[in-house]
Design a protein around this ligand. Sequence first.
Ligand SMILES: NC(=O)c1ccc[n+]([C@@H]2O[C@H](COP(=O)([O-])OP(=O)(O)OC[C@H]3O[C@@H](n4cnc5c(N)ncnc54)[C@H](OP(=O)(O)O)[C@@H]3O)[C@@H](O)[C@H]2O)c1
Length: 321
Amino acid sequence: MKLLILGGTRFVGRHITEEALRHGHDVTLFNRGRIAPHGFPDVRLIRGDRRVDVSGLALGRWDCAIDVSGYLPGEVCASAEMLRGHAQHYVFISSVSVYPDSVEPGADENSPLLELPLGIDDSHPLAYGGCKANCERVLQDIWSDAWLSIIRPTIAVGPHDPTDRFTYWVRRISQGGRLVVPLQLHRPVQLIDARDLAHFVLDVVEQRFLGTFNACGPDARLHMGGLLEHIAHVVGAGLEPVHVEEHVLAARDVYLPFTVRDDRSVVLFQVSNRRARDAGLRLRPLGDSVSATLEWDRQRGQPPMVAGIHPDLESEILAGL
Ligand SMILES: NC(=O)c1ccc[n+]([C@@H]2O[C@H](COP(=O)([O-])OP(=O)(O)OC[C@H]3O[C@@H](n4cnc5c(N)ncnc54)[C@H](OP(=O)(O)O)[C@@H]3O)[C@@H](O)[C@H]2O)c1
């Protein structure tokens, strides 16, 4: 198939690109060529900034366009309009963040979406989910009479994750020793390995699964305590958790990945993946994500992380208890 990937070089999109190439598809990427100017040397690149000019998208015809890099309704509107007549099928990577806090645990794809409050700015906690919800609405308007699929992943994990959220726990636990952990270890967590997500996206593309899918794992119900124990087991480290109340961490502006500053992530970590599972979403064992992440983190030389607690600050907090 001839596939266009909007983005495709950082993390989720990078795995989709790799999976598409493994399946033998003819892939074109559209991005600014900044993140990985030489990442896929044999893949055709249409260079462009989707927030400025998407006319480059009129340069080809594709069986499917996979939009991994749409965050704002305006940019998604521009690409969706430009691709009418140039792509048969539009697959949009959205997020479970489109659901409001009021949804019930087990929310399925028919649950109501966030309504973006008027005049909010980017720093508002609902800005990301609200904008993604509006991107979906724009697509439903522009592609209502054509093939449209929307995929709503939960937190994606695995190699190449630029957020370091999962990587923080994997690296930190593998280092052993006393470890700051949150008090609320019973809270649920949902994750999806970006490689499983990419696999599912390719199923959606190749088999033309239309409609909306929550894409989340892992296979069995998981809570924060279970996640930390599982990581310790896989990396072969003893776990010496030191439970620290969230207000102590908040006072130092520390946020532990997958814990909650409010009740919002509790909702987002309990959506139903039944529709995607019925369509064939396969989820690898969590241990596979842990070991692949650890290996990748070691290969990249374990640079300072953008998530979790800095080691010096962690020592200070532990010493002060
Ligand atoms: N990570 C998670 O936990 C998670 C969870 C749920 C949903 N999602 C969704 O999954 C997607 C993840 O994104 P990703 O970063 O991993 O995807 P990616 O496709 O691997 O990387 C982002 C791509 O977009 C390109 N890009 C960025 N700004 C651009 C612009 N203005 N014009 C053209 N291209 C641009 C980047 O290349 P250049 O910079 O070189 O242009 C890069 O190729 C997002 O849609 C996100 O909302 C992620």
